[in-house]
Design a protein around this ligand. Structure first.
Ligand SMILES: [Zn+2]
Length: 381
């Protein structure tokens, strides 16, 4: 087994393991758009020589460039968890629209400067072709890539469906175990399960971005949100805009509001999730309860939909989204700026900037245990 070409650039990681004995190559793959366009277009290997791919999770900086790899000749299976497949189905499409749109803008600029136009990194057609190669498997299911190579996913608790990869390679005299962490989540995430322990490994490949950050605790974050809602919507009779990523943050904010609503703490003001991508992501989240932590599962015994309550409305239609800007009454709008949203949050923010009674609130991801242990550590040091 030869770990080949670990290429580390800012925010870009590409890891490839070549198993020479059996002429099989496994690639763990990441990409970044924008300034890294050149890196995305030059893999440093021939995609046609890659046999299999294992995808850790659906974030676009990990999954986006799969589409180009397929376009350039990769035709093997792409293993991922079932939730990751569901998420990639909506997120890659959104990303393809963003790529095409970004390029239209860039090409206009290039044309003005007399430069050659660039081709899109990938298109919707590339996404459709790539998705055909996905092989969704269960978390912890043993998957045989061939008779000498197998792996299973363990839950990484980072986003819905995120997984670490436990790879076993049989060589004539021994079995080599390789663990690849992917992005790792928190041990007490607001919605998701904690990262699962993984079996003993001979080699560990891991990521550690944000390893030194402290996290807010759940109750403080909920009460902070409630305070802002009260000040903006009740006292000022304004609109509260909460910009939130379509996957993860949006569902956390909705769940927090749901909890406050059920406790009778949230006043009966309309709440809108104004983001088609977030609506699709929420449906996928509802479908994959196997990824939820014990607290939310316990909560769901009393309220089977933590992402829905009486005053909550999901807005897909663009006309209804525009109408939200016209409305004068107080409300909460949770919105994002992805391509499927066509920058909806920007329009809402524009309207609130005109009047002081409105406000925007940044949702900080809460976590329970980390704060307590950090507090203890501070006291002890
Ligand atoms: Zn990630």
């Amino acid at each position: 087994m030869v770990p080949r070409k670990p290429l580390r650039e800012v925010s870009t990681l590409l890891q490839q393991i070549e198993i020479k004995e059996y002429c099989s190559i496994v690639v763990f793959f990441q990409s970044q758009g924008g300034d890294n366009a050149d890196l995305n277009r030059h893999f440093g290997f021939d995609p046609m020589q890659v046999d299999d791919m294992i995808l850790s999770h659906g974030h676009i900086d990990h999954s986006g460039n799969i589409t180009q790899l397929v376009r350039r000749g990769f035709s093997g299976p792409i293993y991922c968890t079932k939730a990751t497949f569901d998420l990639c189905s909506i997120m890659l499409e959104d990303s393809a629209h963003i790529q095409e749109n970004d390029l239209n803008y860039l090409n206009k600029k290039r044309e003005r400067n007399g430069q050659k136009k660039l081709d899109p990194l990938y298109t919707l057609e590339d996404v459709i072709e790539a998705l055909k190669l996905f092989v969704p498997v269960d978390m912890n299911e043993n998957v045989e890539i061939d008779k000498h190579i197998r792996f299973h996913f363990t839950d990484a608790g980072h986003i819905l469906g995120s997984a670490a990869v436990n790879l076993e390679i049989e060589e004539p005299d021994k079995t080599i175990k390789v663990f690849f962490s992917g992005d790792t989540g928190r041990f007490n995430d607001y919605i998701l399960k904690a990262p699962q322990p993984f079996p003993q490994a001979d080699y560990i490949i891991t990521e550690s971005t944000y390893g030194d950050r402290l996290h807010e605790d759940v109750e403080n974050t909920e009460l902070e949100l409630l305070k802002v809602v009260h000040q903006t919507c009740i006292l000022n009779k304004g609109k509260l805009i909460i910009p939130a990523f379509s996957l993860g943050r949006t569902q956390e904010v909705v769940y927090a509001l749901n909890r406050l609503f059920n406790q009778g703490l949230l006043e009966k003001i309309p709440v809108y999730v104004d983001s088609p991508l977030a609506i699709s992501a929420t449906s996928i989240m509802r479908k994959h309860k196997e990824s939820f932590n014990p607290e939310i599962l316990e909560y769901m015994k009393k309220d089977d939909d933590p992402f829905g309550f009486e005053t909550l409305h999901y807005i897909r239609d663009v006309e209804l989204s525009k109408e939200l800007n016209e409305k004068a009454e107080p409300c909460i709008i949770i919105s994002a700026s992805g391509m499927m949203e066509a920058g909806r949050v920007k329009h809402h923010l524009k309207t609130i900037l005109l009047m002081q009674k409105h406000s925007a609130h940044r949702w900080i991801r809460p976590s329970r245990i980390f704060r307590r242990s950090n507090d203890k550590r501070r006291k002890g040091s």
